[in-house]
Design a protein around this ligand. Structure first.
Ligand code: PEP
Ligand code: MN
Length: 337
């Protein structure tokens, strides 16, 4: 249930409502918009069912949300969320561009990638230091050494670090170096991990699971927000279908769906979504045209030597060309790069 406060409600009115709800053993989640404050009520549905709030001063109305996910829903917050990552905004008029190698491999590789993506207009440097590889014999990432390189490159080129967390045990060390925590597709329903990142103050980019429905994905986002962290960014990265030509099937209709269903920003990953270098630029253009809030793209200075995902990595000059096209599409959409 949500309690919608009147625009004239005072701070005292809001606190009184919260205290009443919390005294019943329920928890509250506050969302302050430019006009109204909404109080989300979370907890035992039997207790919520008998909650009567309409007589409280400052209360406009109460609304029952029938969906399981509540805090991510547009009913709870009608305005789109804008997430500020050290000055770079995700979900605003400006598109968020994240780019860099699949894996951090060594200093020259990362530095070259960072320089190139910054020069082309990215605000975020992506790169995995802890890699969730399908085979145990594949490169697993450099661990903390990789995180250090990411932080160094980000500092040198004024970028923000986006990197994946695969295990709760790595949370503290990753938080030391990362600006955005990435939850990979394979971990979208690792609920303990979702709750753990939900207890941090780092924005979380939640990738859609390999075979997740949109509802499952939004419930995963709800795990993070209900643990205390409002800064969730969704990332569509393709889903498993019967098609084998592409690595995954990039579901651009999901961009529209989640924008109707939630207030969270959504960015698109055409690299994992297609697995094919030649498809990255066309799908990036399409993603922006569909209304995505940004892109995350794999860029490697020498894709043929990449330790992971070389076939889907753009060369620096290809990324720069894509950014030029993306700028033009963004302008048509009333957005900016
Ligand atoms: C990645 O970003 O390199 C990655 C492993 O992505 P996903 O979880 O979408 O497969
Ligand atoms: Mn990858």
């Amino acid at each position: 249930m949500i309690v919608v406060m009147k625009p004239s409600a005072t701070e005292e009115n809001i606190v009184k409502v919260q205290k009443h709800i919390e005294a019943l053993g329920l928890s509250t989640h506050l969302s302050k918009g430019s006009d109204v404050t909404i109080i989300g009520v979370i907890g035992d549905k039997h207790k919520i069912a008998v909650l009567q709030m309409n007589s409280y001063e400052g209360v406009e109305k109460t609304v029952r949300i029938t969906e399981k996910y509540k805090l991510v829903s547009r009913e709870f917050q009608s305005e789109r969320s804008v997430i500020d990552v050290r000055g770079a905004k995700i979900g605003g008029r400006e598109l968020a561009i994240m780019a860099g190698p699949c894996s951090v491999e060594c200093e020259p590789q990362l530095m070259e990638a960072a320089r190139a993506v910054k020069a082309a207009g990215a605000q975020f440097l992506r790169g995995g230091a802890f890699k969730p590889r399908t085979s145990p014999y594949d490169f697993q990432g450099l661990g903390e050494e990789g995180l250090k390189l990411l932080a160094q490159a980000a500092k040198e080129y004024d970028l923000r670090v986006v990197t994946e967390i695969v295990d709760i045990a790595d949370l503290d060390v990753i938080c030391k170096y990362a600006d955005v925590l990435q939850i990979g597709a394979r971990n979208m329903q690792n609920f303990r991990l979702l709750q753990a990142v939900g207890r941090t103050d780092k924005p979380v980019m939640l990738k859609r699971g390999l075979a997740a429905t949109i509802t499952e994905w939004l419930n995963a986002a709800e795990y993070i927000i209900s643990s205390g962290n409002d800064d969730v960014i969704l990332c569509e990265r393709g889903i498993r279908t019967y098609e084998t030509f592409t690595r995954n099937t990039l579901d651009l209709s999901a961009v529209v769906a989640v924008q109707e269903m939630t207030h969270l920003p959504i960015i698109v990953d055409p690299s994992h979504g297609t697995g094919r270098r030649s498809m990255i630029a066309p799908m990036s253009r399409a993603a922006i045209a569909a209304g995505a809030d940004g892109l995350i793209i794999e860029v490697h200075p020498h894709p043929e030597e990449a330790l992971s995902d070389g076939d889907q990595s753009l060369r620096p000059e290809q990324f720069a060309a894509l950014m030029e096209e993306a700028r033009r599409i963004a302008e048509v959409m009333g957005r900016k790069i």
